[in-house]
Design a protein around this ligand. Structure first.
Ligand code: IYR
Length: 223
């Protein structure tokens, strides 16, 4: 059995009730402005911002603290073109043959289609991979991760919040199936593509659908 880690004091600062309220109010007001963006500017973004946002994502809790994630940051134009071509080919099939009409009907108000120019325009694409297994530190044998879907889902949420807080626009894009990303990005089989996130500034002319969010009473229950 592995040794238990030493316990260290928790670094925790108690906030006053007023600061708590102020912080969460500001946080909500800012996050409520986050939108999925599909029209990007090609303006460059400092890599340091992307790196820090990925560090934020890496603070997510994970099953057995195995941190079952890998963030591949694509800035190379040739790689972006390959990703766009492969994603659009899959999306064409999805929109024209694979998605049932009930699904297409749900997407119609959002105006999405198989064309994905943002995959070449956004300065960075972050492809998040979920590690289903990893090599044991001593034996090198593949060992499973635990709750990797939940862990990576939380990390991606934190990544989106970090990028938004840094003043950047994002999209959670899931070309389906996403297996081509292993080939294009040369990732091993134990790394499963989870989501593709274009990051950058929105285009000047960017428009987004006028969506409404559920009210608190619709999403919360107190027992
Ligand atoms: N992956 C496709 C289809 C799509 C599916 C859902 I669910 C969306 O919320 C949006 C789009 C695409 O990216 O167009």
């Amino acid at each position: 059995m592995a040794d238990k880690l030493p316990a260290v004091p928790l670094d925790f600062r108690r906030l006053t009730a007023e600061t708590q309220r102020e912080n969460v109010d500001k946080f909500y007001a800012n996050l409520d402005k986050r939108r999925s963006v599909r029209e990007f500017s090609d303006e460059a973004v400092p890599l340091e911002i992307i790196e820090k946002a990925i560090l934020v994502a890496g603070t997510a809790p994970s099953g057995a603290h195995l941190q079952p994630w890998r963030f591949v940051v694509v800035k190379d134009a040739t790689v972006k073109s390959k990703i766009r071509a492969a994603a659009e080919a899959e999306e064409y099939e999805s929109y024209h043959h694979r998605m049932p009409s009930r699904w297409l009907n749900r997407l119609a108000p959002l105006g999405t289609d198989e064309h994905k120019p943002f995959l070449e325009i956004a300065p960075y694409l972050i492809i998040v991979f979920r590690l289903t297994s990893f090599p044991n530190e001593t034996t090198g044998e593949l060992e499973p991760t635990y709750y990797s879907q939940e862990s990576v889902g939380i990390a991606v949420g934190m990544l989106l919040v970090a990028l938004h807080t840094a003043g950047l626009a994002t999209l959670t894009h899931t070309p389906s199936p996403m297996k081509f990303l292993n080939e294009v990005l040369n990732r091993p089989k134990n790394e499963v593509p989870f989501v593709l996130i274009p990051v950058g500034y929105p285009a000047e002319s960017c428009r987004v659908p006028d969506i409404k969010r559920k009210m608190l009473a619709e999403i919360m229950e107190i027992v």
